[in-house]
Structure formats: C-alpha cells, structure tokens
Design a protein around this ligand. Sequence first.
Ligand code: SF4
Ligand code: SF4
Length: 282
Amino acid sequence: MKDISLEILEKSDNVLKIRFKNVPLAIVNAIRRVILEEVPTMAVDYVIFRNNTSVLHDEIIAHRIGLIPLTSDEAVERYLPPEECSDEKSLNKPGCFTTLVLEAETGDDEIKTVYSGDLKPIDDPTVKPISDKIPIVVLGPNQRLVLEAKARLGRGKEHIKWSPVTIAVSTYVAKIIVDSKRCTTCGSCANYCPTGALSIKNSKLVVDESKCNLCRQCVRVCDYDAIDLSWYQDMYDLKIESTGALSVEKIITLAVKELIRKLDDFLQSLGQIEESGASTGG
Ligand code: SF4
Ligand code: SF4
C-alpha cells in the first residue's frame, strides 16, 4: 500500500483546503459528510418572546435568530451532546442550554435595525454571535422587541443551522498532458480556459494543474487533439469553509474523531452479532 500523505494547500481563519494522497475517495467523502452533518455547534433552538411589536411574526424572528452562527470552540467540549438535550424537557437540564437576551426599542420617529450584536449572552460569554452585523429585524417608530434565546449543541443532520461549514466539497485533482508533437501553441485553449490553468508564455503552452476545474473547454477547442485531460488516482482535494462557529482545525479534528467513533461502534456491533451467532450455534 502506498504511503498516505496530507498537504495543506490553503489555510485562513475560515478556509481550509487539504490534498489527500493515496486515500480512497470513500474516506475523503466520509470525512466531508461527517463535517456537514455530525460535527456539533451551538445554535439557538428555542426563543421565548416577552414582547414583539415589530412587523415580523415571532416565528420569522425565531427562525432568523436560529440561523445566526454562535461561537462554539469552547462550548463544544463543555455542553452535553445533542442527543441528551434535544427535547423541550431538557430546557432546564444543567449542561444543555445557555441563554442570550435581546432587548431593543425605538422612540417617536425613530427607525432602527436590530442586529445579532444586540443578542447578549447572560450566563456564558463564550457563546455569542460570530458577528455583530447580521440584521434580524428593522423596528419602526415606537416598536419593541424583547426575547430570550436558548442555545444548545446540535448537528447538521438535525438542522442545517448547526452545520459548522458553509461549504464542504471534495474534488478530483486534474492531470493534464499536452502532446508537444501535436501542439502548435496556437493559444486557443488558453483563451477559453476559465481559470487561467493554461497560458502561453514565451511561445510555450504553460500548464498549472492546480487551477484546473476539469471543465474540458480546452479539449473541446483544441483542433489538434493535443490535450489529454484526466485526474490522478487516489488524490483528492477537500475544501471547507467555516461559518465561524468553530475554527477549521477544530472542525477537521472533531470530524475525524467522530468518524473513528462511528467505526468503533460498527465494529462493536459486528462483534455482538458474531457472539450471538456463536451462542445460538449459528
Ligand atoms: S489549443 Fe491545442 S494546439 Fe493550441 S495551444 Fe492549446 S493544446 Fe496547443
Ligand atoms: S479543463 Fe477547463 S480549467 Fe482545466 S485546463 Fe482545460 S479549460 Fe482550463
């Protein structure tokens, strides 16, 4: 078996792109799906309205607040897992929920936008909106909005508001071979390439495979059949973009741990089936 290798191609506060070499696509895709659906974050699940005289119904405001990403880097280790907190009875269970409050009102002739920054944590300062600038509702003159929002850990498979990422995509890595005997360096492929993967420099066709998105435009426009376009075997790029609820390092680490836990559960279940088969003489 060839050696597995990982290479960080891109990293910023909210974006991570990793190249997996000699890793089957099924494994890369499993990590991608666990990131989307299983890595928990905090999000508002219940909203208790004390007063709402804005133009939006309670349900719409509650929905908008639920979709605001909340900082979860510390909370993900400290709060109880979603499975122990997902029903209404757990609202008062210690370790399940944290509360944020919002109180806003306008005077005569005043118009004001209520933003995520108006949501204030009252019992856990580590869980708060990732940005102060997400609009919730515009209050007209003499309107009032007072509410309590209850946030808990949840998973993307239950509702997308708990997913830690805005994108999680795995892609093939392009392999471009130009037949120098056929290529006339006419430049057509470079003109049609939408990503700049092909260019003519010093009368030569220059190829940058890392920019290729496998759209096949170059193959279509080359009249000399000079381009062989395919992709590398067992080499895939995984790109994730965090909502800001968790750091990208934490997302990938939690995803791999979650995948290992699932495989352990699977092995344990298989062991139990084998044991029960042996005890019944099957
Ligand atoms: S279109 Fe074909 S012949 Fe022209 S530069 Fe590209 S590969 Fe070469
Ligand atoms: S497949 Fe598309 S992106 Fe890739 S080199 Fe050809 S034209 Fe450019």
